[in-house]
Design a protein around this ligand. Structure first.
Ligand SMILES: *Cc1c(COP(=O)(O)O)cnc(C)c1O
Ligand code: SF4
Length: 334
């Protein structure tokens, strides 16, 4: 029997990881995860883990500094020629390492009609904005009609030359991207779609079919991958993932060093480990398969490539040293 004191204790009990950070799944993802152990590279990405409750002092709710660069709700304008537009506030599933875990899902709110109008008006009134990037919450979780409306309004702005969408939907709910949804992405200006995929096992037959529908429409496909401990911090896994993507006409674009989101330290490897992985791939697999390894500097200072570097400093006398892909020093006279 539960008495009043016990009930009060239960109410005060610290939240579990699934309570602290949203948990959500799709029927497709459930079938994909069925029978996998908690430490499986796919399960790790989506199933709550109590280690998420241990936030480090330097992990923050806004790890890449979206807020200081948000002139109006839903817009992040950090670089001169491009903005992020966050039209959706949720994702069909939540990655446990998500960099916006304190801003989306139940912690976020969708852009209401007038707010969306204001965000689009901001873009229309800034002629330097050449590219609009729709990003998380997942833009492809929007209804087809709503997405079509947003893309139409953006494509109609004269100075907007390119649209880009970052999405996890192709790998966590591929069946929702049917032909009519895929055709929605075709506009009068090019639409680039960056697909977030972290492990070769994410590329199932259903995903292959969804990617084929998308590229058949003429959408340009890019890949973005987050480097994650216990998921893909391994050259063979990255090799298999990048080759699979390129075979499906998805060009790997960025390998992201994970951001300092609260309770995600168990996913991070040292930057040196990421550089070593990139070094071991360079030259051994086609350059088409190699993304740029980037870090988003905390505080909103933007993304930078973080190597590895092959170029030595220029000496006062004599040729500079450059390392080849096998690690042998060569000289480059200038
Ligand atoms: C990542 C990001 C972009 C896109 O950067 P690219 O290097 O062009 O892919 C644009 N704006 C913000 C605020 C970003 O965080
Ligand atoms: S898809 Fe992107 S925005 Fe959505 S939960 Fe995953 S990392 Fe976060």
């Amino acid at each position: 029997m539960i008495d009043a004191a016990d009930a009060a204790d239960a109410a005060d009990a610290p939240p579990t990881a699934a309570e602290r950070y949203d948990f959500r799944s799709t029927p497709y993802l459930e079938s994909l995860l069925r029978g996998r152990e908690p430490d499986d590279p796919l399960a790790r990405q989506f199933l709550p883990d109590e280690r998420e409750l241990h936030a480090l002092s330097y992990e923050t709710a806004d790890p890449i500094g979206d807020l200081p660069f948000s002139p109006v709700k839903g817009i992040v304008h950090r670089y001169p020629d491009r903005v992020l537009l966050k039209a959706a506030h949720s994702c069909p599933v939540y990655c446990r390492f998500c960099f916006r875990r304190e801003m989306i899902g139940s912690k976020g709110d969708a852009l209401q009609g007038a707010e969306l109008d204001a965000a689009i008006a901001y873009i229309a009134s800034h002629p330097d904005i050449w590219e609009v990037i729709l990003t998380g919450g997942d833009p492809l979780s929007l209804s087809r009609r709503r997405l079509a409306d947003i893309l139409d309004r953006l494509a109609a702005i004269e100075h907007v030359g390119v649209l880009r969408i970052h999405s996890r939907v192709p790998v966590i709910a591929p069946e929702t991207l049917d032909e009519s949804y895929a055709r929605t992405l075709v506009r009068s200006i090019p639409v680039y779609l960056a697909i977030h995929a972290n492990h070769p096992d994410e590329i199932t037959e259903e995903v292959v079919a969804a990617l084929a529908r998308l590229s058949a429409c003429g959408v340009v496909l890019l890949g973005q991958t987050v480097l994650l401990k216990g998921v893909n911090d391994n050259a063979a896994v990255l090799d298999a993932l990048f080759r699979k993507l390129v075979r499906l006409k998805v060009r790997p674009y960025y390998l992201h060093h994970p951001d300092l989101a609260p309770g995600t330290s168990h996913f991070r490897v040292p930057i040196e480990a990421g550089q070593e992985l990139m070094r071991s791939l360079r030259g051994r697999i086609s350059g088409l398969c190699l993304p740029t390894y980037v870090l988003d500097i905390p505080g909103g200072f933007g993304k930078v490539p973080i190597g590895p570097s092959y170029v030595g400093v220029k000496p006062a006398f004599g040729p500079r040293e450059v390392m080849d892909y096998q690690g042998i020093r060569r000289s480059y006279p200038e």
